[in-house]
Design a protein around this ligand. Structure first.
Ligand SMILES: Cc1cc2nc3c(=O)[nH]c(=O)nc-3n(C[C@H](O)[C@H](O)[C@H](O)COP(=O)(O)O)c2cc1C
Length: 386
């Protein structure tokens, strides 16, 4: 009890700061990577500036900016951002500044699309590029993958990467990590999920190789581990490194949660700080759903990886409100909560969740330009019973 006799209120876990290595985020709400498919030649523009500015203003602790390609041919679509040259990385400076100015830690995901390269933007169909796309200027390019198997019927058949080429891919990830640091990103996530290059090597459904990068679990994990080792060496030791997994494929004979636990243990040993537990997407589009959807449907994966591999995890997927987010943290199922589409629907999700949880009665977490007015608005509503 305080001197005034009031119960001392502790902030909900969701709004307690968290420190991972040298990074401190103001709370545990994370905006997960969400491609905007709006870049031109890998470069950001005003859309990205407004988008990331709005998300930072909305109160999240950490924003992991959308997948940025480590190689030009590793883009999912023509609209992907890129980190494959120093010039492209330099173009991210304004995005980083705006996220920081509004109190969010600026993070980024680095990715290679693998066999899912050269596809349509979601609003053009999310499939293989066709005549209509080519007429718009979105011409397909050669995709590469673990094995010459398309992600779905009618999609590009990837060229199988030769063993000798793989070192170049590993180097591209390391170079992108170095650039991400040089331009000021403060957290980094390796995209090892959703059927893109790394996950397509992990999954027995898409990796049919019989060389050192295929076969048993160890062979299939080799690319993921080599990338992680190289990235960790290129990324400062005191900065957090995240790795996003597809916790399960959701298909018979595919990648299973036990595999994820083994991988997470290996990643931890290589210096990964947090496993971001998504699922699915090995074939067709990343959003193709074979795993039944319900609120927080992927939370059990984050919980299992956390407990069995003894590593921090991030829960993601259909976590809709603050109360649920808080329950996940309180039950120890995850350390961070990623809120994706909800922040597209309502960029102020985080600060509204703080209201809902009683953590910000006076709108002090809001930008000052709004908070002062919203406090008075709330008083009027209460006073007049509106
Ligand atoms: C527009 C959009 C773009 C996305 N782009 C990425 C991406 O770049 N990298 C990634 O790992 N996941 C991506 N995802 C998946 C999200 O990060 C998240 O895992 C998914 O939306 C589920 O969380 P939610 O239910 O809170 O939206 C994207 C999702 C959306 C809606």
């Amino acid at each position: 009890m305080s001197a005034a006799g009031e119960a001392e209120t502790e902030l909900p876990l969701l709004f307690q700061p968290i420190t991972i290595k040298g990074m401190t985020a103001r709370n545990r709400v994370v905006v997960p990577p969400m491609c905007q498919y709006s870049a031109v030649n890998g470069r950001p523009n005003d859309w990205h500036l407004v988008h990331y500015g709005a998300l930072a203003r909305g109160g999240a602790g950490l924003i992991i900016a959308e997948a940025m390609a480590v190689e030009e041919r590793g883009r999912i679509t023509h609209g992907d951002l890129g980190l494959w040259t120093d010039e492209l990385a330099g173009d991210m400076t304004r995005l980083i500044e705006i996220m920081k100015r509004h109190g969010a830690v600026p993070g980024v995901q680095i990715a290679h699309a693998g066999r899912k390269a050269a596809t349509q933007r979601p609003w053009h169909g999310l499939g293989a590029l066709n005549e209509d796309d080519i007429a718009r200027g979105d011409v397909p390019w050669e995709s590469v993958g673990a094995s010459p198997l398309p992600a779905a019927d009618g999609w590009l058949v990837p060229r199988q990467l030769a063993e000798a080429e793989i070192a170049g891919i590993v180097q591209a990830f390391a170079d992108a990590a170095r650039r991400a640091h040089q331009v000021g990103f403060e957290a980094l996530e390796i995209h090892g999920a959703h059927g893109y290059l790394i996950q397509s090597f992990l999954s027995p459904l898409s990796n049919k190789r019989n060389d050192g990068y295929g076969g048993d679990l160890r062979g299939r994990m080799r690319l993921a581990l080599e990338v992680t080792e190289a990235v960790r060496a290129a990324w400062p030791e005191d900065r957090p490194l995240f790795f996003r997994i597809s916790s399960i494929d959701g298909f018979e004979g595919g990648w299973e949660i036990d595999d994820s636990v083994v991988l997470a243990r290996e990643l931890k040993a290589l210096g990964v700080d947090c496993i971001d537990c998504s699922s699915g997407g090995n074939s067709a589009s990343a959003t193709a759903s074979v795993i039944p959807r319900s609120r927080g449907f992927q939370v059990p994966y984050a919980a299992e990886v956390k407990r069995r591999a003894e590593i921090m995890t991030m829960a993601v997927g259909l976590i809709l409100d603050g109360k649920h987010a808080e329950e996940i943290l309180q039950s120890g199922d995850a350390d961070l909560i990623a809120i994706g589409r909800e922040v597209l629907y309502n960029p102020f999700w985080a600060v509204q969740a703080a209201q809902e949880l009683g953590a910000d009665t006076w709108f002090e977490m809001w930008p000052e330009q709004y908070g002062w007015w919203l406090d008075r608005r709330a008083r009027s509503i209460r006073k007049y019973g509106l």
